[in-house]
Design a protein around this ligand. Structure first.
Ligand code: HEC
Ligand code: HEC
Length: 306
């Protein structure tokens, strides 16, 4: 199997984009993003006021949550593992199945989802309009106290734009500002040589193509809301957006179904199902060490006080 893969690899490598560091500065409108930040952390955005966006996208958990499947209003379990919101601005499409193109469009998904925030636009706008804070805050930015759903989603999307995590050890290495330890470096070489990089590449080391677990050896398991749901192409069953590996050491559990709780286990499954072979314990350890170098700085907008 390894031989077959090595024969195919040059073809796939041809198609990939190189690994690139996250820019040290991404421009965004600070005031609009600060308003988006307040909305993002506000449980008033959910019907029973029990969850905010941050309940499932926690700053202290790399922008994801610690549950296999996230929990929405009324304690309901969702269908998918929550992906990180960090660096989502660099993804070519949003959601596991890439059904929307922009962060602004994405925002309506969780707001309307009955298992997540279960809100209607009219209830949301009434609540915001009646709050002592929001009408004035929106007026300062948009020049009107009358809040619209477009203003709300614009503000949240601008905040998400600010959620980039620069200066990971790996990015500093790419910029030749530091060196990797021998184990990390071995992991980096394996990542390239084994072919992880054929799917996990570009600025987000993922987030720019659709693939599935089981390209070589089939993966058994449910695959709700896959790419097939969008395209109705039978080849797209079980296919999802390749997740970013940025901050991956912080965002367990892993995979669309949250079925794997450690990074080492995720790597073992990946190499078995997607490359067709078992890694040695040393290879696993080196890859884990490499993936730890992808943890970046906490976004500046979260480090600064309100
Ligand atoms: C109940 C948990 C929950 C809440 C609340 C929630 N999310 Fe999510 N979020 C998820 C899950 C699960 C997904 C993946 C859903 C899918 O792909 O269909 C997701 C996906 C995303 C994505 C796409 C990331 C990617 O790589 O595709 C973004 C961006 C995002 N959420 C932002 C938000 C914002 C903004 C809010 C608040 C308005 C929010 N989320 C509220 C659980 C949640
Ligand atoms: C053929 C494309 C492909 C290859 C090759 C590949 N991956 Fe993946 N990777 C994916 C896809 C698709 C997913 C998401 C699968 C899912 O959850 O359904 C994924 C998920 C992951 C995850 C979990 C991410 C998360 O947030 O849940 C890790 C970690 C990972 N890959 C690491 C690796 C490593 C290390 C290698 C090399 C040994 C590798 N991958 C090779 C496509 C690939």
């Amino acid at each position: 199997m390894r031989v077959l893969w090595l024969l195919l690899l040059p073809l796939l490598l041809f198609a990939r984009s190189p690994l690139a560091p996250i820019p040290q500065k991404v421009p965004y409108d600070k005031e609009l993003a600060e308003l988006g930040k307040v909305l993002f952390f506000d449980p008033m955005l959910s019907s029973d006021r029990s969850v905010s966006c941050a309940s499932c996208h926690k700053p202290e958990h790399g922008g994801a949550d610690d549950k296999p499947l996230s929990i929405g209003v009324g304690g309901q379990k969702g269908d998918l593992n929550s992906p990180t919101v960090y660096n989502s601005v660099f993804n070519f499409a949003q959601f596991w199945n890439g059904r929307v193109a922009t962060l602004q469009e994405q925002t309506l998904g969780p707001l309307h989802n009955p298992k997540e925030m279960n809100m209607s636009d009219s209830l949301l706008l009434t609540r915001l309009q009646n709050s002592p804070y929001y009408p004035k805050a929106f007026e300062e930015i948009f020049g009107s106290q009358k809040i619209t759903i477009d203003m709300v989603t614009k503000a949240i999307a601008e905040f998400e734009k600010a959620l980039y995590t620069p200066n990971s050890k790996f990015d500093q290495f790419l910029r030749k500002e530091t060196t990797l330890s021998p184990k990390e470096h071995k992991g980096y070489l394996l990542f390239k040589e084994l072919g992880c990089i054929t799917c996990h590449n570009g600025i987000n080391i993922g987030g720019n193509s659709f693939q599935k677990i089981g390209t070589v050896i089939p993966y058994q398991g449910p695959s709700p809301h896959d790419r097939y749901e969008v395209t109705k192409n039978p080849d797209h069953k079980g296919v999802y957006k390749v997740p970013t590996l940025r901050n991956i050491a912080l965002t367990a559990p892993y995979f669309h179904d949250g079925s794997v709780s450690t990074l080492r286990q995720a790597i073992k499954k990946m190499s078995y199902h997607n490359l067709g072979f078992h890694l040695t314990p040393e290879e696993q350890e080196a890859l884990v060490a490499f993936l730890h170098t992808l943890t970046g700085q906490q976004p500046a907008i979260l480090r600064e006080g309100k």
